[in-house]
Design a protein around this ligand. Structure first.
Ligand code: SF4
Length: 477
């Protein structure tokens, strides 16, 4: 299955392909890399005695920011516009794509260099550029690799997590005509050499936004490779893409988030580069596109709106036993892992998100590592509840009837006995039927038909009691 097949189909989770990883041969790389990241995160967090206080502060700041989005976003717009930036608003991905294309056409853009942006993935911006004949080059190393391989990112922080150095060496040999090598330093140098040329040729640069600070009108972009800085400052135009949830009330709160993001995302005390962009550089253009794309739907549900507190550090993915097993593509859309299972139903609708809220063991590891203390397991349970009570793929007639029958059987002792007798009879009869019938086959293939146990306890007990009674009676006589 190619990753492109998954595009907005609704998550194919738990379909027949779930026997293993979607990413070819990704199991080993993914398992090792996520385990390593989780260990690093835990170790670095353990060094900070006030780690829990930082988490609580971040939670409260985000809670305030999301509750006051309307005022803070307008304040951010006013402040950054006063320093030459143009702020544009998009209700959905289509509008955002149109805005980017309008900017590109107005400035006769032929080549774009792109820093890392999950919003750009969400908008499928590269397809839009391709259709318009504009060359778009991803410059984050992981994004660059998956773009060359015509794949989708598997992780929100480390997009090429599923690929080994050998895989990357083969991709570079095939797509860039470079001699094969699996040496990490050599591969990095190759990417750097090719990307340098792209920065110098580019007519427009793009970036995501980690935080948008309202009181100073500042865009904050954090990164490790220097590509974010080059993409935003080398070309004459910079277009920044951000979701409405990126806003922070004040620059004074930024250090809390920078400390948490570096440690939780990549196990670093601080990311290598933190860019604070206060407005347009003289002689250059700065556009900021603020995207809703379903986020206000998430905001409208009090049980899940804390999902908007997410700072996309990826720690919950690394800690999740389900993500570690199946990888990112299985989730069928841009945001994988535990946070994706909440965000995706909010952004594309519960109906399209299919079974994502059920793709969790609810072990709570995600909540434990989340730097913003987002209660992911309870949000998943809430979405499961909605999924079985609202029209959705989880709410089929047969499933509803099954649960109704179960509730009826469990609500009285006579009904329960009757149901158990029916089950015993059913299991006895089942051995005369084919054991892998139709859709049930996916479930029955890995299971044995249980053996019907001896008489039920109630029956044995009443037989035993009547024997005891008859002994008593004979003793007395
Ligand atoms: S939910 Fe928490 S742990 Fe997961 S990506 Fe968002 S901030 Fe990080």
């Amino acid at each position: 299955m190619s990753s492109h097949d998954l595009h907005l189909e609704g998550a194919p989770f738990l379909k027949e392909q779930n026997a293993g990883l979607y990413e070819p041969a990704g199991s080993k790389s993914l398992g090792e890399a996520t385990e390593r990241s989780s260990k690093q995160n835990r170790a670095i967090a353990a060094e900070i005695p006030s780690w829990q206080d930082w988490r609580e502060s971040a939670r409260q700041i985000k809670q305030f920011a999301i509750a006051n989005l309307d005022k803070l976003l307008v304040q951010f717009e006013e402040r950054i516009s006063a320093r030459g930036a143009t702020v544009l608003w998009a209700e959905n991905a289509e509008q955002a794509n149109r805005l980017v294309l309008d900017i590109a056409r107005e400035h006769h853009v032929k080549t774009v260099v792109k820093g890392k942006s999950m919003v750009s993935e969400e908008m499928e911006l590269n397809h839009t550029f391709e259709a318009a004949g504009i060359r778009a080059v991803e410059t984050d190393l992981g994004e660059y690799i998956v773009q060359l391989a015509h794949q989708r990112p598997t992780h929100i922080v480390t997009p090429a997590l599923h690929l080994s150095a050998e895989d990357v060496g083969k991709i570079f040999a095939e797509r860039l005509g470079e001699p094969f090598s699996a040496d990490h330093q050599h591969l990095t140098n190759v990417a750097r050499r090719h990307l340098r040329e792209e920065y110098l040729k580019a007519d427009m640069g793009m970036s995501g936004v980690n935080f948008a600070v309202a009181d100073t009108g500042t865009l904050v972009v954090v990164e490790n490779e220097g590509n974010g800085g080059l993409s935003t400052s080398t070309p004459p135009i910079h277009v920044a893409l951000m979701g409405i949830e990126k806003v922070l009330p004040s620059i004074y709160y930024l250090p809390v988030f920078l400390n948490l993001l570096g440690r939780s995302g990549t196990g670093q005390k601080l990311t290598t580069y933190t860019h604070l962009i206060h407005g347009a550089t003289p002689g250059k253009k700065l556009y900021v596109i603020i995207l809703d794309n379903g986020r206000t739907n998430v905001l409208a549900d009090p049980a899940t709106h804390a999902a908007l507190h997410c700072i996309r550090c990826g720690a919950c993915l690394n800690a999740c036993p389900v993500y570690r097993r199946v990888g990112g593509w299985a989730y069928g859309w841009v945001y994988p892992g535990p946070i994706g299972s909440i965000v995706t139903p909010g952004l594309v609708g519960l109906k399209s998100a299919g079974k994502l809220p059920f793709a969790s063991s609810l072990c709570g590891a995600c909540q434990e590592v989340c730097p913003i203390k987002i209660d992911i397991p309870h949000q998943l349970v809430h979405l499961r509840h909605r999924a079985v009570n609202e029209p959705s793929p989880m709410n089929s007639l047969s499933e509803r009837l099954t649960w109704k029958a179960w509730a009826w059987a469990m609500s009285g002792s006579k009904r329960y006995r009757l149901a158990m007798a029916a089950v015993r009879l059913g299991v006895r009869m089942a051995k005369f039927l084919p054991w892998h019938p139709g859709k049930l086959g996916a479930w029955t293939r890995g299971r044995e038909l249980p053996r019907v146990p001896g008489p039920a306890f109630r029956k044995s007990w009443s037989r035993h009691r009547s024997q005891l009674d008859s002994h008593d009676r004979s003793d007395r006589t």
